[in-house]
Structure formats: structure tokens, C-alpha cells
Design a protein. Sequence first.
Length: 330
Amino acid sequence: MAPDEGVDVETGARLHFGFGNLSLAGERLYGAAGVALDEPGVRLTARPADAVRCEHPVARRCAARVCDLLDLPGVDVDVAETLPRHMGLGSGTQLSLAVLSAVAGVYGRDARVRERSPALGRGGRSGVGVAAFESGGFVLDAGHPTERFTTDRPDDGDWTVPAVAARHAVPDDWRFLLVVPEADPGRADGREDDSMRAVIENADPDVADRVAGVVQRRLLPALAEGSAERFGSAVGEIGRLNGAWFADEQGGVYRPPVGDVVAALRDATAVFGAGQSSWGPTVYGVTDAEHAEPAREAGHRALDAAGVGGDVSVVRARNEGAAVSTGDAR
């Protein structure tokens, strides 16, 4: 690669619908479901350098870690677009893996995203973000063996990203309503670890059986048959069941003011199911191209009903992994 050539990486966000099991009574812990979105997204460019240079502080720390991992002299990373942090859209994983792919590409290395994600602190519980970066679509991961992941996750790097148990392309006419209320960011880092520890210590194992029934009898058949209505109903129910595990930690089945937004969306005929992505505050709704505009209007009405401001958009799923381009390929 010529000295002034760079590597561009572009990827989208992800929604996290919930986990399959959070009880230590089960053989496997976590096991997450989610979907890759085409937007909002991450766009960045990396170029070779003799030191690590980047104005974006999170990307700079990640670039330094990647250079250490790959024994590289440095890199110049320009972040053109990134996701809002801790809003339930997978910002940390998507940015970290974009930086990894760009820096590796600059020096002609194989990024080996799945293998190296743990060293960047990614894939410790949910494998949805890593799988979304790799190949897009709807993802159901296999979780971790319970004896490896108890109330405390291992140190960064001391795990493998959960395997993909099922992956489906999302039908072209499906759409996802995103309602982002003006609210505090979701939990992350040490605060998230503390909350997850409390949840797992007290999780009702019967909830996992109910989630498994929804996944097997409703969610996967809806995907296979292309029914947005039944898919929306299924992921909304998975989110509600997950909320029973998280209620004590987040102040209810959904964190405030998400519950009021979700309740308002349930009355919208253009929205087939709604829930909270990860720790929120982003609320998702499932709809299709025919109902996109009424769904958008329902999103604005839901914010009004909850008495909060916020942003509303309707986006497509992303059925491919991150786009990496170099030199003349751009």
C-alpha cells in the first residue's frame, strides 16, 4: 500500500432484543438475539503512521490497543461518523471492530475480528454485535457455558465470542422504527458489570424456559416465513420477559421513560411489536415499508405521550457485514 493510501470501514448499528437465559441454573448463560441495522452507523479511515493519532478519544484508545496487539508502529485514524454511546445501538463494539479492521488493513494484516474481539473487551456476554459486524442480518448466539461465565465475567481476552446459533437475512421490505427519547445513557463498563451480577444472582430460571418457547415457536418461524407482524410480536415478548429479570436494576420492566414509549407504541397498528434495545434508552419497533410513515408518526406520538423529546427514524436492516475498502477500491 502506498504511504498516503488508507483503509475505509463502514458499518451500521445493531439492536439487542434480549438474552435467552440469565439464571445460573441453566447449562448456558446469556445467548442473545439481535439484528444489524443499515443506519445509523460508523465510518472511519485509517492510514499508516509512526504513532497513534486520532481526535476521537475512544477510537484512539482502541487504535493504540490494536497496534499493541499486532505489533504495529502507529496509525492515523479519522472518524467521520460514529454511533451515540451507551444508547442501546452497539456503539462500543461497532467502533472497536471498525478500528481493528481498518488498522489491520492498513498493514495488510487479517483482522481476525472474532478471534481478536475479546482482547478489545468485545463479545463478553452477547455475541450479537460481533456477528452483526461480520455478516449482518438477524443473529441468535449460543451463549457461554455457565461454568465459565458465572456472576463475574472473565478478564478481557479470556473468553471466546459466542458462536452463532442461527443467522437469517431480514426480508427487504421489513423496517425498524427507532425512537430515542431524551434520557440518560444506558449502563456500561463497571456499572453494567455490577448490574448484571445482581441480575444473574437473582434471575428466575422459569423465565428462560418461556423465552426459549418464544424463540422456537414464534420468532424463528416468523423469520423463516417472512412475517414482520409475528416477528415483531415475538421480539417484543422476548424483551418483556427479559425485563422481568432486569426490573430491580432498571426501575421496571423497561427503564424510565422507555416504558411509557413502549406502551404508546403497542396501540399503533403500524408497529407490530416494540421493546427496549439493550439498556436503552433506544426503543425499537418492527414495521414494514408499507407502514413506515404511519410508524414514524406513531413514534412521535409515543414521545409526546411519554412527555419527553427525542428523535424518531425508520431504517432498514443490514444483511451484510462491515464494508472495508482500500486504495482504488474506494
